[in-house]
Design a protein around this ligand. Structure first.
Ligand code: ARG
Length: 460
């Protein structure tokens, strides 16, 4: 059995059960690229500071290239007796180049190393997620453009409320995704500080240059406090919080589209290419991808909660518990990327059923609030107008008709303020046309929102 890199003071090796329980190589090998990147920067800095020779640096750099190549070719053997990605690579480097490799860990601990690797990994993951968010925004705006002018019922309490343009509704998701992207961008800026050189927790007495490694790795600057640098995982908490909020937005989209795909709504039909069938009921066509978007949001929430609970009881500085931070982050990232991709795919493969939607619009008195606004324009206090329209709706309910079917006499029977021009306000088309406040569903407002997003997202 090989002696551990830290084996000097030990007389016995760990038992197999302990080795299996404590290893992290089975999952943290995903950090290999960032680990090697960090080692390259560290070795170059050590040589620059005269802590290792230029020859040693060159042989370390060559060795790291060789190891990276082997990993990428699938020829590298990951060993669980070498615990984690850091020791696997360092030990393999020693196997490969001998003595110079033993100098690489000068003024470095796995504690600052792992936090550096993980920040670099998260930075790349954020960039990847941002791309996928933008792609979904593009898909939603494209879908909006494809359905220009289509009026749908807007809901509150899942009860019919007011008529809105479908474009307006789809753009609501685009706005939400924009804030998700903003949160990720904020988090990226806040995580982009370099722990390297904090060593175990106290820093070092050796003349290193932390600014040099920080620059080489594209960080904004070294973290100010070495204890903080190795101890905190707030950057992953923030990252997973941002992911979680995005996942909740996607889950709501999933729920809405699942509902709309039902026979009861029938507003939307997914193409076969994004639907699945039933093993027993031959007629079935289910919107599974969007159900799973809703379902998988639960994992993303769970990953965040795992990390919150992981961190809550930890005294300063590094604790081995922190090794448990990787898998929830990997899972959260993989899941959110999958969710974003499948939402884009679904958005590109869904048909809104114009006829079915239009046939459904007469129900629910969607124009009632517009009529209350009409009365305000006639000088009626809003609360009084609300009451007048409420009584008009009650009359419709008793007669089984819509507001626009009431005669002027019937309306004037409720309030003498009504005159012929009220019919310009009745019906969903008229109603939608009246909206003109900033951000509202009127077609001019919506088309300026659409213009904004087509420019912003560089569509066409
Ligand atoms: N595998 C460890 C982790 O992921 C690396 C740091 C271990 N440090 C230590 N002193 N045991 O956190």
């Amino acid at each position: 059995k090989e002696v551990k890199l830290w084996g000097g003071r030990f007389e016995e090796n760990v038992t197999e059960i302990v080795e299996k329980f404590t290893e992290s190589i089975s999952f943290d090998k995903a950090l290999y690229k960032h680990d090697i990147m960090g080692s390259r920067a560290h070795a170059s800095m050590l040589a620059h500071q005269g802590l290792i020779s230029v020859e040693d640096r060159d042989s370390i750099l060559q060795g790291l290239d060789e190891i990276e190549g082997r990993i990428e070719a699938g020829k590298f053997v990951w060993r669980s007796d070498r615990e984690d990605v850091h020791m696997n690579i360092e030990a393999a480097l020693t196997d490969l180049i001998g003595e110079p490799a033993k100098k690489l860990h000068t003024a470095r601990s796995r504690n600052d190393q792992v936090s550096t690797d993980f920040r670099l990994w998260c930075r790349d993951a954020v960039d990847e997620i941002l791309k996928k968010i933008k792609r979904l925004q593009v898909a939603l705006v494209t879908l909006a453009l494809k359905n220009e002018g289509l009026i749908v019922p807007g809901y509150t309490h899942l009860q019919r409320a007011q008529p809105v343009l479908l474009e307006h509704l789809l753009l609501a998701y685009v706005e939400q995704l924009d804030r998700d992207a903003g949160r990720l961008t904020d988090c990226r800026a806040r995580l982009n500080y370099c722990p390297l050189g904090a060593c175990a927790l106290a820093g070092t007495g050796l003349p290193i240059d932390r600014f040099m490694t920080s620059d080489a790795l594209g960080f904004s600057s070294p973290l100010r406090n070495s204890i903080d640098a190795v101890s905190d995982r707030d950057f992953v908490l923030e990252f997973l919080s941002a992911n979680t909020i995005a996942a909740i937005h996607l889950s709501r989209l999933g729920e809405e589209w699942v509902l709309w795909a039902s026979e009861e709504f029938g507003f939307l039909t997914p193409n076969d290419s994004v639907s699945t069938g039933s093993s027993i009921m031959p007629q079935k066509k289910n919107p599974d991808p969007m159900e799973l978007v809703r379902g998988k949001s639960g994992r993303v929430v769970g990953d965040l909660v795992t990390l919150l609970v992981l961190c809550k009881g930890l005294p300063q500085a590094y604790n081995r518990d922190l090794q448990e931070d990787k898998e929830p982050v990997f899972d959260s990232v993989k899941t959110i990327i999958g969710m974003l991709e499948v939402c884009s795919e679904f958005a590109q493969n869904v048909i809104f059923n114009k006829e079915k939607i239009e046939n459904s619009l007469p129900a629910g008195h969607l124009d009632a609030t517009t009529v209350a606004d009409y009365l305000v324009k006639k000088g009626v206090p809003f609360r009084t107008g609300h009451d007048i329209v409420g009584r008009s709706v009650a009359l419709c309910v008793s007669k089984g008709c819509q507001l626009q079917d009431l005669t002027l006499d019937e309306l004037r029977g409720i309030s003498p303020v009504f005159s012929e021009d009220v019919y310009d306000y009745l019906g969903v088309e008229n109603s939608v046309k009246k909206f003109c406040s900033y951000g509202s569903t009127g077609s001019e407002c919506v088309s300026s929102q659409l213009d904004f997003w087509t420019t912003q997202l560089e569509i066409n």
